[in-house]
Ligand binder design. Structure first.
Ligand code: NAP
Length: 447
């Protein structure tokens, strides 16, 4: 069946993703029409500077030289925001909503921080917001959560949501390289941006898991309270010692739901068993595990960024919304889908997290240290599952040619963050160790 109405689309921001969207809309027009019955017309594109070379050049009639050409055009049904950043897209999206234009954005930063305001306004004005491209690029995770898994309570979502950090950790694990060395290579290869701050400090993955948590648990959360730790302090010694214990280090983004709208949302370097499917997700790829009460665990794997993978997700939103417009559907469940519980979510405090821990102390090579440290952990009811004590570490630790201090690693059973921090504090204040302990959380089946 072919829908008679042609849907007019405009793009604002003509960069990596914008060019990909235009290319797919133009080159796959016939395919989209055959598969969906929808005629999509890319009417106008606005970007701030047309005087440069574009990977997908546009004919002059499609170029807009002011935003008003799009805002004032009543025939434009959908505006695709692909600028990035916060202030400009926030104003633009609000303006479009007020003028009755449906919105598609891949801007996770904006949705994680201003989602509540945007979705509330959209709901008031009966406007749809599509954001499949905002999380995990080409992986259709938003649609899976919203539609395919609608008959499930989501117990847990965890995954690798940032390709840059996954590339760095994969290289550190596989080739025994240092963080700084791999970051430089990643920048040269184009896998890391010139300013990779939001990737390596975990905030980008934080934005994405905040969106997935809202969608899964039906309410908004205060993004500044999400617990986020990046990979910038990861040393290769811990990757190697974790490997010996049977673990692979990944930057995991985790969300878990509890009763009374309480959710746990965290991003941090995490050891996972090396045979776990996520441990095998290498390089710039993304993967997400979702545990639903009825479906069990499902894994979604694919390209989490890039021009065409992200554009593929954006185009699916365009077709979806265009179909709704063509059918003349009014108020739809999707409008409120980020906030279907109509309540804000309460974030669990870090001190209340329960998980397993890898803790590395640097200790003098003398008899009896292990039993003293184990004794302190026992005082806090922390049970130890495994221990590694190395005689000598050459080239693995800063200043490691000296045999004065050796690494002592404790792998705990599930414990509360609160008791772990107290036990570490007591060990550190008892002069048994040198420097600060290295603490890395461990996710496995015990919890
Ligand atoms: N790249 C990816 O793989 C990817 C994946 C998932 C999600 N996303 C998200 O998609 C969005 C776009 O990312 P991108 O990689 O395509 O960014 P990009 O390559 O930097 O493109 C941004 C575009 O917006 C234009 N622009 C910036 N400020 C503007 C303004 N004030 N008015 C008009 N145009 C303006 C830029 O123009 P100039 O070129 O002149 O600066 C450029 O054409 C971001 O929210 C990003 O987080 C990207």
């Amino acid at each position: 069946m072919e829908f008679s109405k042609e849907i007019n689309v405009a793009i604002v921001g003509y960069g990596v993703v914008g060019n990909g969207v235009a290319k797919i809309l133009e080159e796959e027009k016939e395919l989209i029409l055959k598969r969906s019955g929808i005629k999509i017309n890319l009417k106008k594109v606005f970007t701030r500077n047309w005087n440069k070379k574009f990977p997908y050049p546009l004919p002059d009639e499609k170029k807009a030289y002011s935003l008003d050409e799009i805002l004032d055009d009543k025939d434009i049904d959908i505006v695709v925001e692909l600028v990035g950043g916060l202030d400009f897209p926030y104003k633009l999206i609000k303006e479009c909503i007020n003028r009755g234009k449906h919105i598609i954005t891949a801007n996770k930063h904006l949705l994680a921080e201003k989602g509540k305001e945007i979705f509330t306004l959209a709901e008031e004005k009966n406007i749809r917001i599509g954001f499949e491209g905002a999380v995990a690029g080409g992986i259709p995770i938003i649609k899976a959560l919203r539609e395919s898994l609608v008959g499930n309570r989501i117990e847990k979502i965890y995954g690798i949501l940032n390709g840059t950090t996954n590339y760095i950790l994969t290289e550190m694990y596989g080739k025994g390289k240092n963080f700084n060395e791999v970051l430089k290579e990643a920048q040269e290869l184009g896998y890391a941006e010139a300013d990779p701050t939001l990737d390596i400090n975990g905030v980008d993955a934080g934005h994405k898991i905040a969106i997935l948590a809202s969608l899964s648990y039906g309410g908004f959360l205060n993004f500044s309270d999400v617990y986020i730790e990046g990979i910038e302090d990861i040393e290769k010694i811990d990757i190697q010692l974790g490997k010996e214990l049977g673990y692979t280090l990944k930057l995991l983004a985790i969300a878990k739901g509890y009763k009374n709208n309480e959710v746990e949302v965290r991003v941090h370097p995490t050891f996972i068993p090396s045979e776990h499917p996520l441990a095998k997700v290498d390089g710039v790829f993304n993967a997400i595990m979702i545990k639903g009460n009825n479906v069990g665990e499902s894994m979604f794997y694919g390209k989490g960024a890039g021009s065409l993978p992200t554009a593929s997700a954006v185009v699916s939103d365009i077709v979806d919304i265009a179909k709704s417009i063509s059918l003349g559907i009014g108020r739809e469940i999707e409008i409120t889908s980020m906030n279907w519980e109509h309540k804000d979510l309460n974030l669990k405090k870090v001190s209340d997290f329960y998980t397993r821990y890898y803790i590395r102390f640097m200790v003098p090579d003398t008899v009896g240290i292990l039993s003293k440290i184990a004794g302190i952990f026992a005082e806090y009811n922390i049970s130890i599952a495994a221990v590694i004590q190395k005689e000598k570490v050459v080239g693995l630790y800063n200043g490691a040619n000296s045999s004065d201090f050796i690494p002592l690693v404790l792998l705990t059973h599930t414990a509360s963050e609160n008791s772990i921090q107290k036990a570490i504090e007591k060990v550190e204040s008892s002069n048994l160790t040198k420097g600060k302990a290295k603490v890395i959380r461990v996710e496995d089946e015990e919890e």
